[in-house]
Design a protein around this ligand. Structure first.
Ligand SMILES: [Zn+2]
Length: 233
């Protein structure tokens, strides 16, 4: 029997579905990391500690974990999934996140993917965050709620915008469907997104979920961007 093809298109298969070379170039993140944004530090942190940015400018979501750093090595894999060519990456990312976000998953009841607007979903045919959240929910026994959080308007890409620009771009762009609000009341929600940059999108989603009665919202992502936020002057 032939071995399954590795996902980055190079011969040779690692246990995680990537060639050994591609796998070794990914910077995986492990605890201890900042509890607020999931990014690592040069110095040792104790469990639950937060970086200076998260201390001074807390996110609306309570905690975050990223499976790896967003860099030139992880970017291709993530964009491949996002643009629909590499749907098989979703199961791989679900396994990565199951490990990196384990402390959050243990505390959460339900998992909600950051939604696409229906028009964009029509064009792209699938939501990469939903493709990761669905197998993760199955593996970890979380209730999967793909239709509870809605994107109520089409937003332009967040790329190339300042923090303020990103906040304005997604302001009011998400809401909890009134018919489904009861599914999050009193629940700890794990929100799933692909990349954590400034956190503007995840914050707006967390706000909508908290306003609908969620007890707390944590965030799990494939990759975190180092230095996307600055300490307020
Ligand atoms: Zn932080």
């Amino acid at each position: 029997m032939l071995p399954p093809a590795s996902l980055d298109g190079v011969a040779g298969v690692s246990g995680m579905g990537l060639s050994a070379g591609a796998f070794s170039r990914i910077t995986f993140l492990e605890d201890p990391v900042c509890d607020g944004c999931g990014l690592p530090f040069e110095y040792e942190l104790e469990a639950g500690q937060r970086c200076l940015v998260c201390t001074q400018r807390p996110h609306i979501f309570a905690r975050a974990r990223a499976a790896c750093l967003y860099d030139e090595h992880s970017r291709g894999l993530i964009l491949g999934l996002k643009h629909g060519d590499e749907q098989s990456h979703a199961a791989l990312f679900a396994r990565w996140i199951s490990r990196s976000a384990d402390p959050l998953i243990r505390d959460c009841d339900v998992i909600i993917p950051v939604p696409l607007h229906p028009l964009r979903l029509l064009r792209r045919r699938f939501n990469q965050c939903a493709e990761i959240a669905r197998p993760l929910a199955r593996q970890r026994g979380l209730v999967y709620l793909p239709d509870t959080l809605k994107r109520t308007r089409v937003t332009a890409t967040q790329g190339g915008r300042s923090l303020r620009g990103r906040r304005l771009n997604v302001k009011g762009a998400f809401s909890v469907s009134p018919r489904q609000a009861s599914r999050v009341v009193g629940k700890r929600v794990l929100l799933l997104d692909d990349v954590l940059t400034t956190g503007a999108t995840a914050d707006v989603c967390a706000r909508a979920l908290l306003d609908a009665g969620a007890l707390a919202v944590d965030l799990a992502v494939i990759a975190g961007v180092h230095g996307a936020r600055e300490v307020p002057k």
